[in-house]
Design a protein around this ligand. Structure first.
Ligand code: MG
Length: 200
């Protein structure tokens, strides 16, 4: 499950306003790859972009939970790259194609949520070692407890399900030969997912 337009500066950089309620969409499980696996650029797109995000990993079945109870259903956090074919996103009314190609969802190892204040989580995205994006969870339009509660009133979440919580400003292109990394920080470095980019 993914959340769109959850940081005001990113919404504006693509010419959008913040939505009144969380804007949610799905990426297919077949888009998921691990640290080190290549992101494969599909021939259908001429503009594939990185979106570094904080991912929430669900710990147990979550259905219609309140915002106050929501964090009790979170197992941990992980760095995630919501790779997006921006040209196809603009062309389509919904984003399944733009967001759903194989290899378009690199996810790093899960860091246990215990002892982490979600508001202090920070995500950094670098391309070829150069910082392109940085955002903190306390800048989100809809915070993590709200997102978990909101989504759980639409659909049941299962253990291992992942919520990508939206990307901060600074999205930009990925080209063959690039190496893109998304790092998760909470005071200290918690984890990183780093992937080379290759042509189809
Ligand atoms: Mg995204």
């Amino acid at each position: 499950m993914c959340v769109g337009r959850n940081y005001v500066a990113h919404a504006r950089e693509l010419g959008n306003e913040l939505p009144d309620k969380p804007l949610i969409f799905l990426k297919p499980p077949s888009s998921v790859v691990a640290d080190g696996a290549p992101i494969i650029l599909p021939p259908d797109s001429a503009q594939v972009e990185h979106e570094g995000e904080i991912a929430v990993v669900i710990g147990r079945r979550t259905r219609q939970v309140s915002e106050a109870d929501a964090l009790g259903f979170v197992a941990g956090y992980a760095p995630l790259n919501d790779v997006t074919a921006r040209d196809l996103q603009r062309a389509d009314n919904q984003w399944t194609r733009a967001k759903g190609f194989d290899t378009f969802c690199p996810i790093g190892a899960t860091v246990p949520a215990a002892g982490i204040d979600w508001r202090t989580l920070e995500v950094v995205c670098r391309v070829n070692g150069q910082e392109r994006q940085r955002g903190r969870a306390d800048q989100m339009a809809f915070g993590i407890p709200h997102l978990v509660s909101y989504i759980s009133h639409i659909m049941t979440l299962e253990e291992g399900d992942v919520i990508a919580t939206g990307t901060p400003e600074g999205v930009g292109p990925l080209r063959a030969g690039d190496v893109v990394e998304v790092e998760l920080i909470a005071g200290e470095r918690l984890g990183c997912v780093r992937n080379p980019v290759t042509d189809h």
